[in-house]
Ligand binder design. Structure first.
Ligand SMILES: [Zn+2]
Ligand SMILES: [Zn+2]
Ligand SMILES: [Zn+2]
Ligand SMILES: [Zn+2]
Length: 392
């Protein structure tokens, strides 16, 4: 933070007009292509204002929430394809599962970001995307968070998500009578130029809303975990599908007036009906919010078998089936050794030195070795081979 300040070092590219439209259309297109036959809808569009010291916003970002649902036919929505589709479209993607049965994907491309969340049980995948903050006056760097993009906490009320001391705008120097001097934030624990209140993080974790509690909320989908409104919200009627219930929930506001909330969801069987549940922490006041809806009963599908590995690329010389070339085997694992012995993988000629241009496939029929650009495909096939190697 020191020396960087809030001001952007180089002049900002003018944001493309319509970037919010680009994001919305891109997410809708991707969602419809990934899940043909299901409903992909724009649930909500909004913006986050960004302020410095004064009350007037200095910029804003646009956000869009797209959801895909199985309608009246709940289906498990695979996330492998989501990861591949974003990667193929030039996004940097990471994926994780938090232990509660929910899957998340984060994708970034320049200053655009998307969070994908698949709830517990079949039925609903949400895509929350946001544009870079576009500034109305002078160029500023991107703030750490805006109101909607804080995960697991709320925006710091002192620095409005910048993580920087706004008296000196992160420079550590402030104007005094007769010139510039050291800003008072120099003495803060987080270091010169950082917001003292949040320690430079830009957000504060709300009391009593630990990640563990959050997880508990969704894992405990039968509602037996507590008597409070978070664990046992009243069961409402009136919706025919998980997606319809979400469209309703996403337009409700917290008691504090804020609607922004990172919603998580679960769809479960409960006797003679389904229960569609939504959980979240208010982005404004950190209150825990929860809703539950009774849906008409139907048997929920089980999780799908994980998709098999893709086909290897055919040998360009003889169209034979090649094996992956492996290298860099300083300490080859035993599965790798057995795969090498079985001939289901082959060792690089270059031994342990592997450069990015080295061949990554070899054809056992004609001996031709070549490099295929699709490294992800090769990695997936290699993982499948290693997982399949007999143990004896
Ligand atoms: Zn702060
Ligand atoms: Zn300062
Ligand atoms: Zn609230
Ligand atoms: Zn060949």
């Amino acid at each position: 933070m020191t020396g960087e300040g809030v001001r952007k070092a180089r002049s900002a590219e003018p944001a493309a007009p319509g970037s919010a439209v680009w994001l919305r259309e891109g997410l809708l297109e991707l969602a419809s292509a990934l899940y043909p036959g299901l409903r992909s809808v724009v649930v909500r569009e909004w913006s986050d204002a960004v302020r410095l010291r004064g009350p007037e916003p200095v910029g804003e970002r646009s956000l869009v929430l797209v959801a895909v649902g199985g309608g009246d036919r709940p289906v498990f929505l695979a996330m492998d394809e989501v990861v591949d589709a974003f990667a193929a479209d030039g996004w940097t993607v990471s994926r994780w599962e938090d232990g509660s049965g929910e899957e998340r994907v984060a994708a970034g491309r320049e200053d655009f970001e998307v969070r994908v969340h698949a709830g517990r049980g079949p039925g609903l995948v949400t895509f929350t995307g946001w544009t870079p903050v576009v500034f109305t006056g002078r160029s500023l760097r991107q703030p750490r968070f805006t109101l909607s993009t804080v995960g697991g906490g709320v925006l710091c009320a002192d620095c409005h998500g910048w993580g920087a001391c706004l008296d000196c705008e992160g420079t550590g120097r402030s104007r005094r009578a007769g010139g510039w001097g050291r800003c008072w934030c120099i003495a803060g624990n987080a270091g010169p130029g950082s917001c003292v209140e949040c320690g430079g993080k830009g957000c504060v974790t709300a009391e009593g809303t630990s990640q563990r509690d959050e997880r508990h909320g969704v894992s405990d989908v039968d509602g037996s975990g507590g008597a409070d409104a978070f664990h046992r919200p009243p069961i409402e009627e009136g919706h025919g599908s998980h997606l319809d219930a979400f469209l309703d929930v996403a337009h409700r506001s917290c008691a504090c007036g804020e609607f922004r909330c990172l919603w998580r969801n679960a769809l479960v069987e409960a006797g003679d009906h389904l229960v569609s549940r939504f959980f979240g922490t208010c982005q404004g006041c950190a209150a825990r919010r929860a809703y539950a809806f009774a849906l008409p009963f139907q048997r929920l599908p089980g999780p799908p078998d994980p998709p098999g590995p893709p086909e290897p690329p055919p040998c360009p010389h003889c169209a034979g089936v090649p094996v992956p070339l492996v290298g860099g085997l300083h300490l080859p694992g035993s599965a790798m050794m057995r795969a090498l012995e079985a001939g289901s993988v082959a060792a690089c000629d270059s031994g342990c030195q592997v450069s990015p241009d080295d061949p990554n496939w070899r054809c056992p029929s004609c001996g031709h070795a070549w490099r295929d650009a699709d490294a992800r495909r090769r990695d997936r096939i290699l993982r499948a081979i290693l997982a399949d190697v007999p143990t004896s």
